[in-house]
Design a protein. Structure first.
Length: 364
C-alpha cells in the first residue's frame, strides 16, 4: 500500500519520470487555514539543482491543488496536490530495464512487480517521491504549530565529520527555525565547511557519502500515543523507513543506553517552579512506554551513501542472466543527507499529527 496513517491518511502517487507525482491527504480537519507560501518554502528546501552538493536535475516542485481546499480553508474532504515532472533524461536509464543497479530497488522491484515496474529514474522508488511527502508534512507542520509544536533537524554527521548534538532537554524555537535556512544545517558552523569538503571529494571520486540526521520535536504534551503496536516510536519508525536511504533509527540515547546502568538511564521526574512535570535528563528521548512524557522528542536517523555512483560496479543482466559491469549515467547527489533534512521533518510532522489526532479523537 502507498498510504500511511490511521486517523489521517497520506497517499503518494507517481513515478520519477512520469507525467506527475503528488499526494492525497485524507481526513484532515475542516476549517484549517493553510499558508501556501510557507509550504512552497519547505518544498524549496528539498528541491534539487540548487548547488554543487546536489544533483543538477532542476525541478521547480510547483504544486497544483486539485481538491480539498476552498475559500481559504480545508474542506475536510481529501486534499489532493499534483506536482508536474519536467527535467527528465529518461534515455539515461534505458539499460536499467535489465541491468540492475547495486544498492537500488531495481532487482527487488522487478521481482515484486513481475517486470512491469517503471524503471526510469527509479520509478516509484525514487527520492523524487519525497516531494509530495514534504508537501504533506508542510501542511501538517502548520497544524501542529497552532498548538505550539516545533520540529527541527540538523546534520549530526557526514562521513567522518560530526556536529554538536542537540541539548536533550530542548532547543529554542529560534534555533530550530534558523537551521531551516542553511544549506548544511549544523549547530557548530565550522563543521559545515568540513562536511562540504567530504561531499565534494566523494563527488570528484565518482562516489558518495552518507550521514546522520538528528531531529527534535518540542511542545508536545504528555500522553500522546499508545503502548506496543501504536507507540510513538512505532509510528515514527514506520514513517521514517518510508524515506529512501534511511537504514537506522534511535530515540534518545538509543544504542548508547546499553552501556549505562538503570540508575544512569532513568530520567528522574520533578515539578518545576510552575508546577509542570519535567525530567532532569532525557535519555529516553521524550517517550516512556510508547507515550510522550512532555519532554522534547529526540531521534536520529542513519542515511546511507547515495546508491547511484559513477564508478564501475559489478552487477547482473537479467536478460542474458549473466554477470556484468555497470557505470551509472545520469545526474545524482553525491550526498543526500542535506536534502533529506526537510523530508525527515515533514515525515515527522505527518506521523505526529496522526498520533495526535488518533489520541485526541480527531481534535487538535
Amino acid at each position: 500500500m502507498n498510504t500511511f496513517g490511521q486517523t489521517i491518511g497520506l497517499t503518494i502517487f507517481g513515478e520519477s519520470h512520469g507525467a506527475s507525482i503528488g499526494a492525497v491527504l485524507d481526513g484532515l480537519p475542516s476549517g484549517m487555514a493553510i499558508d501556501w507560501e510557507a509550504v512552497r518554502q519547505e518544498m524549496a528546501r528539498r528541491a534539487p539543482g540548487k548547488n554543487k552538493l546536489s544533483t543538477t536535475r532542476s525541478e521547480k516542485d510547483a504544486f497544483e491543488i486539485q481538491s480539498g481546499f476552498f475559500n481559504g480553508h480545508t474542506t475536510g474532504t481529501p486534499l489532493c496536490a499534483m506536482i508536474r515532472n519536467g527535467d527528465q533524461h529518461s534515455r539515461d536509464y534505458d539499460q536499467l530495464r535489465h541491468i540492475m543497479r547495486p544498492g537500488h530497488a531495481d532487482y527487488s522491484g522487478k521481482i515484486r512487480y513481475g517486470g512491469f515496474n517503471d524503471y526510469r529514474g527509479g520509478g516509484h522508488f525514487s527520492g523524487r517521491l519525497t516531494a509530495p511527502l514534504v508537501f504533506a508534512g508542510a501542511v501538517a507542520s502548520q497544524m501542529l504549530a497552532s498548538k505550539g509544536v516545533v520540529i527541527g533537524s540538523h546534520i549530526l554527521r557526514v562521513a567522518d565529520v560530526t556536529d554538536a548534538s542537540f541539548s536533550p532537554l530542548g532547543e529554542s524555537a529560534e534555533t530550530l527555525q534558523a537551521l531551516k535556512g542553511e544549506t548544511l544545517p549544523v549547530l557548530d558552523k565550522k563543521k559545515a565547511a568540513a562536511m562540504e569538503e567530504r561531499i565534494v571529494a566523494a563527488k570528484n571520486d565518482l562516489d558518495s557519502v552518507g550521514g546522520v540526521i538528528e531531529c527534535m520535536v518540542t511542545g508536545l504534551p504528555a500522553g500522546l500515543g499508545d503502548p506496543f503496536f501504536d507507540s510513538v516510536e512505532s509510528c515514527l519508525s514506520h514513517m521514517m523507513f518510508s524515506v529512501p536511504a534511511v537504514k537506522g533509527i534511535e530515540f534518545g540515547d538509543g544504542f548508547s543506553l546499553t552501556g549505562l546502568r538503570g540508575s544512569e538511564a532513568n530520567d528522574a521526574f520533578y515539578y518545576d517552579q510552575e508546577g509542570v512535570v519535567k525530567t532532569k535528563t532525557n535519555h529516553n528521548g521524550g517517550i516512556n512506554g510508547g507515550i510522550t512524557n512532555g519532554m522534547p522528542l529526540v531521534f536520529r536517523l542513519a542515511v546511507k551513501p547515495t546508491s547511484s555512483i559513477s564508478q564501475q560496479q559489478d552487477t547482473i543482466d537479467t536478460d542474458t542472466q549473466e554477470n556484468c559491469q555497470l557505470v551509472i549515467k545520469g545526474r545524482h547527489d553525491p550526498c543526500i543527507v542535506q536534502r533529506a533534512v526537510p523530508v525527515v521533518e515533514a515525515a515527522a510532522a505527518w506521523a505526529i499529527l496522526d498520533v495526535w489526532l488518533s489520541t485526541k479523537g480527531r481534535c487538535l
